[in-house]
Design a protein around this ligand. Structure first.
Ligand code: FAD
Length: 385
């Protein structure tokens, strides 16, 4: 029997972890990874460092070129997959090439969501998702003075710090009444605001953007309360949407993401999905650790190993200059008994269930306890021990 051919669309963490897991399970199969980006697998979570010059693009590569050869993974960069024919088992690539497969992984990730306000298409409006976005921003920011970041979530704050580090005056506009509304309670959000404020970043909270007006090469950002914020650059960080159209076009079931079962299989025979594009048990994770875990699991499943992926415990870490933010598990007020304390610039909030087990944690400031908390929570143990 000839070796199976595994095709993977997307060379992000889900696609590459899957390729490695396939190779670990099937020594003989042929593996092809296709990406429309011009870069081999890199740390997407670090591209903010390219914007302010802390890192060169090539320094973000996560695998040496030799690794692909050793693993016998054919990586094809700069190749866009335009269609899937699941009944024939083949892909249609840009330029007309047809590539057959025995098992296919769709690991197409997510793209930034830009709310449809007036002026969203102005040239000064940018998003940051791909290496090329970061390089383009790096090349324009030295000539700019003022930036408005729309969105005060984890990514928006990280980008605000990158832009401030590049020398711009930065204002963050957030629709909620506090920063990191998905992760932090009001006290935690207030501390983050205080710490970033000391670094010169300004905030407008509970703010609704009504539209952008052109202003020279930049724009004026209009808010519902009448404020008008002039900006040379408007960076939109208002969440992401799964890239589903490739799978949907082939007839796969798509809800908010591409629907997968506990083997990460889609509704189409021989077609799997993992990472930011996938919806598992109703969850869209949109975070690196979940995409990596799904990639590992789906690679094994594609190669025929028994796999049950039961979900990933959510955790998020923000590390900008010396300000740390870490959240894990349940962080709502109704999730259990809450213990919150602030010491100087450090804030800690722990959530415990009825048995005293740690089920949620938030740290702002020092992240010294992060590892111990992770271990306790993964093991379902009390904390402190
Ligand atoms: C600046 C930034 C900071 C972040 N920080 C964090 C963080 O601190 N912690 C965290 O957990 N997460 C963070 N994330 C989110 C994290 O990067 C994602 O969850 C993760 O990269 C998803 O991996 P993935 O493999 O599913 O998709 P992606 O990394 O998006 O990779 C998908 C790839 O598929 C390609 N592709 C799509 N369609 C096609 C097609 N038709 N043909 C060919 N190729 C295609 C895409 O171009 C892309 O290269 C951050 C994201 C960004 C942008």
């Amino acid at each position: 029997m000839s070796a199976r051919h595994y095709a993977i669309v997307g060379a992000g963490v889900a696609g590459i972890e899957a390729a490695a897991a396939i190779r670990a399970t099937d020594a003989d199969g042929r593996i092809t990874v296709l990406t429309d980006e011009g870069w081999p697998y890199y740390s997407r979570i670090r591209i903010g460092e390219v914007v302010d010059g802390r890192a060169l693009p090539q320094a973000l590569a996560l695998r040496l070129p030799a690794w692909y050869d050793e693993q016998r993974i054919a990586l094809r960069t700069g190749v866009r997959v335009e269609g899937i024919d699941a009944s024939a088992g083949c892909l249609r690539l840009a330029g007309g090439e047809v590539l057959g497969y025995d098992a296919l992984l769709v690991a197409t990730g997510a793209r930034p969501f830009v709310p449809p306000f007036a002026g969203a298409d102005l040239p000064c409006v940018r998003t940051l998702r791909r290496m090329d976005d970061a390089i383009a921003l790096r090349d324009v920011v030295p000539a700019l003075r003022r930036a408005v970041v729309i969105g005060g979530g984890l990514l928006g704050l990280e980008l605000a710090v990158s832009l401030a580090g590049a020398g711009l005056g930065v204002t963050v506009v957030e629709v909620a009444d506090r920063l990191l509304p998905r992760q932090l309670d009001p006290a935690g959000g207030a501390l983050v605001r205080e710490l970033l404020g000391r670094r010169g970043i300004a905030f407008v909270l509970a703010a609704t953007v009504t539209g952008l007006r052109p202003d020279g090469a930049g724009a004026v950002v209009d808010l519902a309360d009448g404020q008008a914020l002039p900006a040379d650059l408007v960076l939109v960080s208002a969440g992401v949407r799964p890239v589903t159209e490739l799978a949907a076009g082939a007839g796969a079931q798509v809800a908010r993401g591409i629907v997968v079962d506990d083997r990460l299989a889609t509704s189409l025979p021989g077609v799997f999905a993992a990472g930011d594009c996938a919806e598992h048990r109703g969850e869209l994770y949109g975070i690196w650790p979940a995409s990596g875990e799904q990639g590992k699991a789906v690679g094994r499943a594609m190669a025929g190993a028994p796999v049950t992926y039961a979900g990933t415990v959510r955790s998020a870490t923000l590390k900008v200059s010396d300000i740390g933010v870490f959240t894990m598990g349940r962080t709502g007020d109704d999730d259990g008994a809450v213990q919150a304390d602030r010491t100087g610039d450090d804030y800690r909030r722990l959530v415990r269930d009825a048995e005293g087990r740690l089920v949620g944690a938030t740290l702002v400031g020092s992240l010294a306890e992060r590892r111990a908390i992770l271990v306790a929570m993964m093991a379902g143990k009390p904390y402190p021990a």
